[in-house]
Design a protein around this ligand. Structure first.
Ligand code: V1P
Ligand code: CA
Ligand code: ZN
Length: 387
């Protein structure tokens, strides 16, 4: 359903720092930073590095991280890892090592501060390449950590590279659109810009009972004050497939572009909205997911592509490689070239695309009505901005 031809070429900058490949959240944790190294290995094996400018690795500095985070929290992240100073505070108050139902979302891990500097340095560097007019599209698959708050870690995210990148872009562009297709609500970024009339945040996400982050991202959450109607949320039921997703995505995004007219776009491409994810329960194919990227690319506005969630690592790496190809405007062969990680793709027959599970039941009238009703509610919120 989702092929998005666009013959136009774009200048693409790519950020990759091998220093995140060995970061380990722990044996039972779902977040596997190595998936970014897997995506990178695929990108390389397809020869896509030849079609992009490679950005120089530059970890974010403490000062840069402090632009969007509280000093005491940043000091803690640094001191916990480097051991410069004894830590006397209650680290659970900062979201670290908090045990809930026997598991820890944000463990204090080896190399944590270095990891934060590297993935956020990537998003900042990529944003600067766009601001300097050096590229039309900039990519950092290790970024997209949308849940981190100014003073605490949350949902596998320690520092919020997205708010850092958006803040950097605001120094050069009048209006920035933030779009989040991770299966989870982009709560940290939404909160950071809820009062801003220069940033519009739009999150598409699964919104079902007991699904993280539980109470956020309802269709009527539209921001406040000067930011009123510049927060949009598109909650979805389980099982949403390409066809249903795009019946919401396209009209909403087309209207957002008309009404808000962003000068830059930051897109969080969390791959946990794909079918077969370990945490998410949506049913997008890689083509359906990538079609969102192709659609944003078609507006020819400076575009920052970031990673995010994604827990079935072979699917995630295939998805971000395919989206890299979409960014440069190349169709890649579906047979995965032999490379270091190729054995991870055995289950999907060494192909980039894998079959999605059973889609929505088209005869489910409630499901159909939900799509229409939700889309119309969001469009109605948007109409308030025209005045
Ligand atoms: O459900 C929770 C906990 C319990 N609450 C107090 C929070 N956490 C989720 C966190 C999901 C984070 C998603 C991040 C992203 O949006 C961006 C990178 O994708 C959670 C889940 C779950 N099934 O939702 N944590 C874990 N699973 C977990 C499991 C094993 C070990 C550690 C964490
Ligand atoms: Ca989302
Ligand atoms: Zn997620």
């Amino acid at each position: 359903s989702a092929s998005c031809p666009d013959g136009q070429k774009r200048r693409v900058c790519y950020y990759y720092d091998s220093g995140i490949a060995n970061v380990d959240y722990g044996p039972r944790h779902n977040m596997v930073p190595r998936r970014v190294d897997m995506a990178h290995a695929l990108v390389r094996s397809y020869g896509l590095l030849d079609d992009m400018m490679r950005l120089r690795e530059r970890p974010a500095t403490e000062d840069e991280i402090c632009v969007v985070h509280d000093h005491d929290y940043v000091d803690l992240l640094r001191d916990l890892t480097l051991g410069n100073k004894p830590v006397t505070c209650d680290i659970k108050a900062y979201g670290l090592n908090k045990v809930v139902n026997g598991s820890i979302d944000n463990p204090v891990i080896s190399g944590m501060w270095d990891y934060c500097q590297r993935y956020s340095g990537g998003s900042l560097t990529a944003a600067r390449a766009l601001a300097a007019g050096e590229a039309d599209i900039a990519i950092n698959w290790s970024g997209g950590m949308h849940h981190a708050c100014s003073g605490e870690a949350n949902g596998f995210c320690y520092v919020n590279d997205i708010t850092m990148a958006v803040t950097e872009l605001l120094a050069h562009f009048r209006r920035v659109l933030y779009l989040d297709i991770d299966v989870h609500h982009g709560d940290g970024v939404e909160a950071a810009f809820a009062n801003s009339n220069r940033v519009m945040t739009v999150s598409f996400h699964q919104c079902t009972e007991g699904f993280f982050p539980f109470k956020n991202g309802l269709v009527d959450d539209v921001g406040e004050g000067a930011g009123m109607y510049r927060t949009l949320n598109v909650p979805m039921k389980e099982g949403m497939d390409d066809e249903g997703y795009h019946r919401m995505f396209r009209p909403i995004i087309a209207r957002v572009m008309e009404v808000f007219q962003p000068e830059a776009i930051v897109m969080q491409c969390g791959a946990d909205s794909l079918s077969g994810d370990k945490l998410g329960r949506l049913n997008l194919s890689i083509r359906g997911h990538a079609c969102c990227v192709a659609f944003m690319r078609s507006f020819n506005v400076p575009l920052l592509l970031l990673g995010g969630g994604g827990y079935t690592v072979n699917h995630v790496a295939a998805c971000w490689c395919y989206e890299t190809a979409v960014a440069v405007g190349k169709e890649i062969h579906e047979d995965i070239p032999p490379h270091w990680y190729d054995h991870y793709y055995q289950d999907q027959g060494y192909k980039i695309h894998y079959p999605v599970k059973q889609g929505r039941n088209k005869k489910d009238n409630d499901g159909e009505a939900y799509i229409t009703t939700t889309t119309n509610k969001v469009l109605e919120h948007l109409s308030k901005l025209e005045a």
